[in-house]
Ligand binder design. Structure first.
Ligand SMILES: CC(C)(COP(=O)(O)OP(=O)(O)OC[C@H]1O[C@@H](n2cnc3c(N)ncnc32)[C@H](O)[C@@H]1OP(=O)(O)O)[C@@H](O)C(=O)NCCC(=O)NCCS
Length: 167
């Protein structure tokens, strides 16, 4: 993963566009997915898993791009007044510039508009992304032992978080 840099570097000056995405963005999403997730933990999805998820009517995709280059995405799924954040990733070279924050901010704003009351997510225990989630009021509500399986069959626990949007 790229080292996190300060807001003063050149990358930070390039504007970020956030838009709704669809299956036409699948290749770009996979490009980000393949580079953003460390291979050690088995968290990322393959092409087939991603296509299946994005084909579901309840799936939502947001795309972040800079100068027309896709650099991040968030995938979620809504059911009634609940939404599950399934996957968020930013290309390693674009990490640490507030793009993950922007994506999550847009996702939660759209969720509120869609009358969502609770947002859930599952994350590998010790993933530094928990700092990002904490900024938006996510709190741990559960722990699933050995939820993720790494390439060498190692097991990693998952933490379940929830954010309440009605307060
Ligand atoms: C998690 C991820 C999407 C964050 O995207 P990002 O654009 O780098 O995040 P931001 O620059 O918006 O950071 C916002 C805050 O999140 C926290 N944060 C996010 N990722 C972090 C990391 N790897 N290390 C330390 N802090 C991190 C920081 O507190 C940061 O705030 P700060 O800069 O004021 O300290 C990105 O690191 C990523 O793609 N990681 C790999 C995929 C992954 O693990 N996804 C989450 C599980 S689905």
């Amino acid at each position: 993963m790229a080292s996190r840099q300060g807001p003063w570097d050149a990358h930070a000056l390039v504007p970020v566009d956030i838009r709704d995405g669809d299956l036409n963005d699948l290749s770009a999403v996979m490009q980000v997915m393949e580079h953003a997730f460390p291979k050690t933990y088995g968290e990322g999805w393959n092409h087939h898993q991603c296509r299946s998820m994005l084909s579901m009517p309840s799936a939502k995709l947001l795309i972040a791009s800079r100068q027309d280059n896709v650099c991040g995405f968030v995938i979620s799924r809504q059911a009634a007044d609940e939404e599950e954040l399934l996957m968020i990733a930013v290309s390693p070279e674009s990490q640490g510039h507030g793009i993950g924050y922007l994506l999550l901010e847009h996702m939660l704003k759209a969720a509120r508009t869609a009358q969502v009351a609770f947002v859930f997510l599952e994350m590998r225990a010790d993933n530094p992304a928990e700092k990002l989630y904490a900024k938006f009021g996510f709190h741990q509500i559960g722990l699933r032992k050995a939820y993720y399986t790494g390439p060498g069959m190692e097991k990693f626990d998952a933490v379940t978080y929830r954010a309440v949007l009605t307060i």
